[in-house]
Design a protein around this ligand. Structure first.
Ligand code: IMP
Ligand code: MG
Length: 189
């Protein structure tokens, strides 16, 4: 379904950006983020300060909103990965572009990710962090795609389950664009 009208942020026609359909509005996303933050705050109260690790760049907006609603002591770290894939699919071969700054031995870690597609990226990271001696490693992902041939990984904190479509906005990009949109939408390809 084509989405007509004017983009509230960029002030241009939505059609110019090839936005197809808004899957989650800003209000829906914010309500979900509040719920996830409340659950994490309750679960980690006895493990504080725990470490919230954001995967750059996609998770930066989700992480910023989530963290401001977590009301127990916590610390941040970031990791940046590059995967050898096309612009819309991961190959599963992951390379660390920027590693963590902190030692995670003995720490309780929550990985914050924008979207899980095949699961290969998080499968790699979870094993990598466990190998460094993290006390516990859980995953918080805003979106989880119902992709075929998925690597099964336990996702403790999941925002929304979505069909296998390519989405942008709220940190997610297509060729580095659209990350600033406050909603999540499909694009015309
Ligand atoms: P996975 O390793 O296949 O689970 O891929 C996860 C990564 O692929 C995410 O961190 C995103 O960077 C990227 N990705 C997967 N699906 C999408 C999408 O629909 N939009 C934008 N990026 C995506
Ligand atoms: Mg990513």
């Amino acid at each position: 379904m084509p989405c007509h009208g004017t983009d509230p942020i960029l002030g241009a026609e939505l059609a110019d950006y090839e936005i197809e359909e808004i899957l989650f509005t800003e209000e829906q996303i914010q309500a979900k983020v509040t719920e996830l933050a409340r659950r994490i705050s309750e679960d980690y109260i006895d493990r504080a300060p725990f470490l919230l690790i954001g995967i750059l760049k996609g998770a930066f907006i989700f992480l910023a909103d989530l963290a401001r609603r977590i009301d127990i002591p916590m610390e941040f770290d970031f990791i940046s990965l590059s995967s050898y894939g096309s612009s819309t699919k991961t190959s599963g071969v992951v390379r660390i572009r920027k590693d963590l700054d902190s030692e995670i031995t003995g720490r309780h870690v929550v990985i914050v990710e924008d979207i899980i597609d095949t699961g290969l990226t998080l499968n790699y990271l979870q094993r990598n962090f466990a190998g460094r001696g993290a006390e516990s490693v859980e995953i918080c992902a805003l979106l989880n795609k119902r992709t075929e041939n998925k690597v099964h990984i336990p996702i403790k904190y999941e925002g929304f389950s979505i069909p296998d479509v390519f989405v942008v906005g709220y940190g997610l990009d297509f060729n580095e664009r659209y990350r600033n949109l406050p909603y999540i939408a499909t694009i015309k390809k």
